[in-house]
Design a protein around this ligand. Sequence first.
Ligand code: ADP
Ligand code: ZN
Ligand code: MG
Length: 476
Amino acid sequence: MTYEAVIGLEVHAQMLTDSKMFCGCSTRFGSEPNTQTCQICIGMPGVLPAINKKAIEFTIKTGLAMNCTISSYSRFARKNYFYPDLPKGYQISQYELPLCEHGYVDIIIGGIEKRIGLTRIHLEEDAGKNIHEGAGNHSFVDLNRAGVPLMEIVSEPDIRTPSEASEYMKKLRTILRYLGVCDGNMEEGSLRCDANVSIRPVGSGELGVKVEMKNINSFRFVEKALEYEIKRQIRTLEESGTIVQETRLWDPSTGTTQSMRSKEEAHDYRYFPEPDLVPVMPDKKWIDEIKAFLPELPDKKRARFNSEYALPEYDADLLTSEKTTADWFEQAVKAGAHPKTVSNWMMGELMRLINEENKSIEECPLKPHQLAEMIKLITKGIISGKIAKTVFDEMYKTGKDAEAIVKEKGLTQISDTGSLEKTVDEIISKHPGEVNRFKAGDEKLLGFFVGQVMKATKGKANPQLANELLKKRLVS
Ligand code: ADP
Ligand code: ZN
Ligand code: MG
């Protein structure tokens, strides 16, 4: 029997609002515990929450970017459960009337586009954080995160493989970052994912019993956790066992999942409409306004990079994965450099250097117009492509312009015949053996001679000219 996996993800995205979902407390990450709290977010009795309009706007923005219908009437609901990091004893969430529904995002998998449906995007507040380290036999509770606005993006069970799941996650992250509604930082927990998975015989139209996995905080772990879980489920069925509906915890240190609670132990959240908040009824005018200010989204930008700049799919995909990278590219092209050449330098040297230093492209000391000027020096024949690598490194290190570096270091390409002829003659007289072999027909040796000329001139010789001069001398 061959099985296929059926996967649906529930992704939580912390929103980049300055203040919390229902109070004015700051959402800043990394502050001293319990310094960003008030009566509302620590759940004192008798206080009233008020809705953060920015959080509604961000969710509508996301819903529109992900092709959802924006509900004209949506409502908050109380999700009741007891846990130390949840001071009110309930989380304000949305249940039967979410803000966004019926959307989709497209991913590319093995060169083919695949559409993943979105069931809904709803709004909720985050819980606090339990801290066990350094607390001895006790636990600490930090409520700075309690009440921070979250979006929950729920997919349809349209995903079939672990790699589709991580591609989908990456796509969500890219869109959220383009929109500026979430920083997508998975290590800090601003983007988290619960993965639901079941298996079924290939060809079956029915859904199997699903298992939900919690605690997944990287793209690699999404894949690893799903791979493990799919294998575990297949093994269970093949050993004539049954799969039980349960919640399992992914443990990255062992690469396995452990049962947390079964269906019988599942919480009954006793959802009911939040009586302290008015319904959310965004009018058409507001939605249209938000729509009008949406940035060009990754899919569109990728297609445009492909057609407008004649970039290969691969380049277009990589350069548009972050809006800041795409902007950097376009600025360099605007400054007059050839698009594919800019792309090559960016995907090669630039990415290598900024990755080495763990920098983002905004922090790159080298500016787009500087790369463009350097490329122009190559086009004009003032520096060779090889020397350009040295110039590039130096520009990156010092922030100086290419022209200044070339002057300072005397890196101008040797393109005048007179001075290069001298070097060519010297090389030829130093290697009589190779000359004879060349003359006897071993033409591959031309490369050897060009190499010697480049070495003697420390890479400054114009390679084409060196080639020509060598050929002239060697065949005469
Ligand atoms: P729950 O009531 O447990 O929250 P939902 O129906 O709301 O379950 O679905 C939660 C997530 O699980 C969604 O992303 C959905 O696509 C996915 N899902 C639902 N049923 C299955 C299934 N049988 N196999 C895999 N994923 C599923
Ligand atoms: Zn507060
Ligand atoms: Mg559900």
